[in-house]
Design a protein around this ligand. Structure first.
Ligand SMILES: C[S@@+](CC[C@H](N)C(=O)[O-])C[C@H]1O[C@@H](n2cnc3c(N)ncnc32)[C@H](O)[C@@H]1O
Length: 480
């Protein structure tokens, strides 16, 4: 079978069926419309019957085509990827190039008016897949686990960074399609295993666990690709709570998650509570919150159920179920756990609404390091610590024209998470002089002299003022 996929890959590459090739062939307008799942402009752009246009129609747009020259139709039909009625060929799957250079194979995309999804529908790579991929650490690892691999897209990103990859899914059909995608991408030796949560890897340890899990919070587990059948947000909670048992020392677990906002409960306590007691350092980021109605609409649309006869009934039932739990919203975000081996773990839970530098995976280890370093920095040792201002931090001063002192000073990161912090004159002065050469004690003493403040007072306040700026990556502790 691998020989068939090697030949198919060659044919796809020769025809230019790549991310860039498709975009160029479709043109800006049709390609952008396709990224919004609107196919009409792409169908219009590919009417000529040229080889690349035909492959786009066959594999991406899902319409019948005249068999392209060289396509091994009989073999592909035997492998279950196409059906053919003599001259015309229709694909039974969605096969698209991916940003890593490989290919992703999934069930055909559902569009409004399509028949209802099968319960074991295998969803293709999309926005959430790309979000997780950009979040995952770029650090090379020995063993990686992709839990809930689906169409196998995370493996495409892990290949080359992990020496050994195990990919699991509860849906055997997902593993079947993922294997085809990996073969087409030239990725061999993925250890694919069927089973729920960590069941297939009992007793094993990984340096990296990634998961874009079935996080959708719904009253019934109707579709395996997005709903686990666990109660409410229980799947993500259990994944987080169990993950540390499967992490090797120094290992990291990164996942996307949804969580409930329940009346009378702070969401930070809810999700933070999933991580306490794991023994790992943790970082939870809420990127978005939707109200219950928006949430239900999003997922009914996702399964192309808008406009169907059952739409109102499903909407009503889902909303009523959320109401019965006093749900006021649903949070979307990232969770990262790091087995740092400490006896004093720290969990940071925060909201980040701003655009951040991508990929976060390029600096996520640094973010975790800053959070941990700030937490474990003994206040008494602070005067001896040398701090360095992080690269790309700018200072903004705002005040009435002509005023001697600004009414507001802000430090702004132009890199990484692009955080901002409102600071006082002392921290601003420190930002101006901290280059890692001098310990904080003498620097604060010099600043006290300049500003007329009491040096002991400044030193006493330093832990409270400086620690958050270290945790948020404005200052690094200099070890040089
Ligand atoms: C949102 S898809 C993620 C697919 C892919 N990893 C990605 O990043 O796009 C979630 C996957 O989790 C799988 N899944 C559902 N329930 C599961 C369970 N109990 N244990 C493991 N995987 C599960 C689904 O079959 C589906 O393939």
């Amino acid at each position: 079978m691998n020989d068939l996929f090697d030949r198919l890959r060659e044919l796809l590459l020769d025809a230019g069926y790549t991310i860039d090739g498709v975009r160029e062939r479709l043109g800006e307008v049709a390609a952008t419309a396709l990224s919004r799942e609107e196919t009409v402009p792409a169908l219009r752009a590919t009417r000529d019957g040229d080889p690349l246009g035909t492959l786009i129609r066959l594999w991406w747009l899902g319409v019948p085509v005249d068999a392209p020259e060289g396509l091994p139709v009989a073999e592909l039909a035997a492998a279950g990827l196409v059906t053919s009625d003599g001259g015309r060929v229709v694909s039974t799957v969605h096969l698209q190039p991916w940003e890593t250079g490989g290919y992703v194979v999934s069930d055909r995309k559902v569009r409004p008016g399509d028949p209802a999804l099968r319960p074991d529908h295998v969803v293709g790579a999309g926005g959430a897949s790309a979000n997780l991929a950009q979040l995952v650490t770029r650090r090379p690892v020995e063993r990686a686990l992709d839990l809930g691999t689906g169409c196998g897209v995370q493996v495409l990103h892990l290949a080359g960074r992990a020496r050994e990859i195990v990919a699991t899914d509860v849906n055997p059909r997902a593993l079947e399609l993922a294997r085809i995608g990996w073969a087409l991408s030239g990725i061999r030796d993925v250890d694919a295993r069927e089973g729920s949560l960590f069941e297939p890897v009992a007793g094993e340890r990984f340096d990296l666990v990634v998961s874009n899990p079935p996080f959708v919070i719904s009253p019934a587990g109707r579709f395996t690709y997005r709903e686990s059948g666990f109660e409410a947000d229980g799947f993500c909670r259990d994944l987080v709570r169990q993950a540390p048992r499967f992490l090797a020392p120094g290992g990291t677990c990164q996942l996307l998650a949804n969580w409930l906002h329940v009346r009378g409960e702070d969401w930070r306590d809810r999700v933070g509570g999933w991580l306490t007691g794991t023994g790992c350092d943790g970082w939870v980021v809420q990127r978005d919150v939707q109200d219950p109605a928006e949430y239900v609409e999003l997922w009914l649309r996702d399964a192309a159920e808008q406009g169907t006869a059952r739409y109102r009934e499903l909407y009503d039932g889902w909303l009523g179920w959320l109401e019965s739990m006093d749900v006021t919203g649903i949070g979307f975000g990232w969770i990262t756990l790091h087995d740092s081996g400490t006896l004093d773990p720290v969990v940071r839970v925060e909201e980040l609404g701003q655009r951040v530098e991508l990929p976060v995976g390029g600096y996520v280890d640094e973010v975790l390091g800053s959070i941990a370093a700030a937490h474990r920095l003994p206040g008494a040792e602070l005067p001896g610590v040398r701090l360095a201002l992080a690269e790309g931090v700018l200072e903004e001063r705002v005040g009435p024209p002509g005023a001697e002192d600004p009414s507001r000073i802000t430090l702004r990161q132009t890199r990484g998470l692009r955080r901002t912090a409102r600071v006082g004159t002392v921290e601003a002065a420190l930002a101006g002089v901290c280059d890692g050469d001098y310990p904080l004690g003498p620097l604060l003493a010099a600043i006290a002299e300049l500003t007329g403040e009491d040096a002991d007072d400044l030193l006493a306040k330093a832990p409270e003022a400086i620690r958050p700026l270290v945790a948020e990556g404005f200052f690094h502790i200099s070890t040089g």
